[in-house]
Design a protein around this ligand. Structure first.
Ligand SMILES: Cc1cc2nc3c(=O)[nH]c(=O)nc-3n(C[C@H](O)[C@H](O)[C@H](O)COP(=O)(O)OP(=O)(O)OC[C@H]3O[C@@H](n4cnc5c(N)ncnc54)[C@H](O)[C@@H]3O)c2cc1C
Length: 396
């Protein structure tokens, strides 16, 4: 066996897991398992921005470049500004994260990051896993597969009617000639834009009064031409009075908002991590915090039994998965009511409770309070009915 664990993909989940393994070994006073990460990129650049509400401590705190304790949502004439000092909204630019992860990994000689190589095949053979890579084969006791999820998986037939929405977005970091942004308030969801191409909102991270990441976001069945998002961003800047602006960093993404369960783990020796392992919260598209939580728990198990097969921690709490199913079913059936639903949630719920709900930290009582202030109870009944219909179907 060449290594105890081989991580396929040095993206957010792959690098996070490796960093958590080093930390867990040091905490436990044990030898660090031999871990190799195989990543196709030959160098890391800023390719995305991670934001989320702070809950647990994680090893990438030094990569946080900005925190906001106030955020706003709006639809039509209704604007709601809320906030939390206990759970500020934190910003991590990807280049900072990649650099910090590499620096932390460089402190552990057992960790190896192989850049510029791609995994082409993974096969179990007699108590180990043989991984073919463009840099040659590697034998590992355990493989953690963090490649992006395959689109085909989402198309697989499912027992119940599943929701298959996509959150798709394009963001520009702009510098405007005049002050246009309130640097104290994140514009979380501004629905005061055309709703004709799907549920659509602008998301604005204001770094200063003249610099912000402005993102056109849609929740619908599929992506739009690039020109549409760009026109949305220009329109938003115009509304804010930005006559002149320069565009710097750009990002784009498509995140599945599906009720399909994550593919079951194929084997206790080949585990899926990251988005491939079902770690994105489908009703919001957020994954960074869940990746940190999952990586911390998985790392403990890897350190306890290096190179051995294992049962991974549950990716997300079952109650949160059920709530997301209800929430997404509602959005799919009633996209026109989406803006009102989101603004109601921000307006009626105590901000800390809403943060817990949005980050899978909610208690059963939190769940009931969310249900009580939205039409979600009605949707729950619809989901229960659709499941009952499936159970009563004639056998094939
Ligand atoms: C633009 C953008 C912004 C986002 N913003 C947020 C946010 O604000 N907050 C939040 O919580 N979440 C956000 N997300 C969602 C999520 O956190 C990220 O997508 C996150 O990067 C997912 O981590 P991952 O490790 O699963 O995937 P990735 O980080 O995409 O890593 C997958 C890795 O697999 C590698 N790979 C691909 N093929 C192979 C192969 N054959 N062999 C080996 N390696 C391979 C890739 O090169 C890549 O490094 C955002 C996503 C995007 C795209």
């Amino acid at each position: 066996m060449d290594v105890d664990a081989l991580i396929v993909g040095g993206g957010c989940a792959g690098l996070s897991l490796a960093v958590h393994v080093v930390a867990a070994a040091r905490r436990a006073g044990r030898a660090c398992p031999r871990v190799t990460i195989v990543e196709p990129r030959s160098e890391y650049q800023r390719d995305r921005t991670w934001c989320g509400w702070r809950f647990e401590a994680h090893p990438f705190a030094d990569s946080v470049t900005r925190r906001w304790s106030q955020w706003a949502v709006q639809e039509g004439g209704r604007r709601v500004v809320r906030g939390s000092t206990r759970h500020p909204y934190e910003h991590i630019p990807a280049d900072r994260f990649y650099a910090q992860a590499q620096a932390l990994l460089a402190t552990a000689p057992e960790l190896r990051l192989v850049l510029g190589a791609r995994v082409t095949a993974i096969a179990e053979q007699g108590g180990q896993v043989v991984v073919e890579t463009t840099a040659g084969p590697l034998r590992a006791g355990l493989v953690l597969d963090g490649r992006p999820p395959e689109a085909a998986a989402a198309a697989e037939a499912s027992a119940v009617a599943e929701v298959d929405l996509v959150q798709h977005f394009v963001g520009w970091e702009v510098e405007t000639a005049e002050p246009c942004f309130d640097p104290g308030v994140v514009e979380m969801m501004d629905f005061a834009v055309a709703q004709t191409r799907g549920l659509h909102f602008m998301y604005v991270l204001p770094f200063t009064s003249t610099r912000a990441l402005v993102e056109a976001t849609y929740i619908s069945a599929g992506a739009l031409p690039l020109a549409q998002y760009e026109a949305d961003i220009r329109g938003d800047l115009e509304r804010r009075g930005a006559r002149e602006f320069k565009v710097g960093f750009r990002e784009a993404g498509q995140i599945a908002m599906s009720t399909r369960p994550a593919r079951p783990q194929a084997s206790p020796r080949v585990l899926q991590i990251g988005l491939r392992g079902g770690l994105a919260k489908p009703s919001t598209g957020y994954a960074f915090a869940a990746i940190q939580r999952f990586s911390a728990a998985l790392a403990e198990r890897i350190v306890a039994r290096p190179g051995q097969p294992l049962v991974p921690p549950a990716p997300r709490p079952a109650a949160a998965v059920a709530m997301d199913r209800v929430f997404l079913s509602y959005l799919e059936r009633h996209p026109g009511r989406g803006p009102g639903l989101f603004v109601d949630l921000f307006e009626r719920l105590p901000p800390d409770l809403l943060c817990r709900f949005l980050t899978d930290h909610g208690s059963p009582l939190d769940g009931l309070r969310v249900m009580a202030c939205t039409p979600l109870a009605q949707m729950t009944a619809e989901v229960v009915r659709s499941r009952a219909r499936w159970l009563r179907r004639p056998a094939a």
